[in-house]
Design a protein around this ligand. Structure first.
Ligand code: DER
Length: 241
């Protein structure tokens, strides 16, 4: 369907244009449904006799359980960020992208690992479909609030502090119907989604939220992405630097 082909087109082009197969060794693999096609594309290169020798040497750094599965399912070598603290290029999705390449991330509840990997990478490439590009400010289309990873015992305190900062709506993200109670991240933390309306200064807001006692990390990725590949419904791909 159009949406999946948009994701695939963006991801394939992003890999083709941003992996230096002769030079790169450590590749970050993000979370979500678009980065699936990044791992798929790398898997295709792995099967290509011309590239097998190089891609079989790649070490892929995951951003969570789904990401680890993507790496293994495509025959790629799984590595840890502890042993590979400098990453050549990282590919990840986003919930929304503004015209300065600032991102809202965390829809998939992996934002801490994603930010650890993206900020440890020489190049951070965002892959997304046409629904994710904000015309100007963040929180134009993404209405679920800013995902914020918090220490579980601080959730009441952080919720209050976020409201004092101007959040209109604050909610601890709940698990699916099968799970009674909050989502617990890979780092054994909770997530709060906080709606601050249109974000005209996401950098300042990130700094204020990050400074709150009990906040581990925010889903505002400021001055981090190097380039974004946005797949359109007609199969074309737009590249933003
Ligand atoms: O949670 C995240 O930040 C993920 O990257 C996710 O938002 C990507 O979304 P996608 O499924 O549209 O690629």
């Amino acid at each position: 369907d159009k949406l999946e082909s948009a994701k695939r087109a963006a991801a394939y082009r992003a890999v083709d244009e941003n992996v230096n197969f002769q030079h790169d060794k450590v590749i970050g693999i993000g979370s979500g449904s678009t980065v699936v096609y990044v791992a798929e594309r790398l898997g295709q290169y792995l099967k290509d006799p011309e590239y097998n020798g190089l891609v079989s040497q790649f070490i892929c750094i995951p951003t969570g359980f789904q990401s680890r599965r993507l790496i293994l399912d495509n025959g790629l070598k799984l590595g840890s960020i502890e042993e590979n603290s400098s990453i050549d290029v990282d590919f990840d999705g986003a919930d929304e992208i503004d015209d300065q390449l600032n991102l809202i991330k965390g829809g998939g509840a992996c934002l801490f690992q994603e930010k650890l990997v993206s900020t440890s990478s020489k190049k951070f490439i965002v892959v997304a479909d046409y629904r994710k590009k904000a015309p100007k400010y963040l929180s134009t289309n993404w209405k679920s609030g800013i995902p914020i990873e918090i220490v579980p015992s601080a959730y009441v305190r952080v919720a209050d502090d976020l409201k004092k900062l101007g959040a209109k709506h604050v909610i601890v993200r709940q698990g699916g119907s099968a799970k009674a109670g909050p989502v617990v991240t890979d780092n054994n933390n909770f997530l709060i989604d906080a709606d601050f309306g249109m974000l005209e200064n996401p950098s300042q807001l990130h700094d204020k939220i990050k400074a709150l006692v009990g906040v581990v990390e925010t889903g505002l990725f400021i001055d981090n992405a190097s380039r974004a590949y946005i797949g359109n419904a007609d199969g074309t791909v737009e590249v933003f630097n």
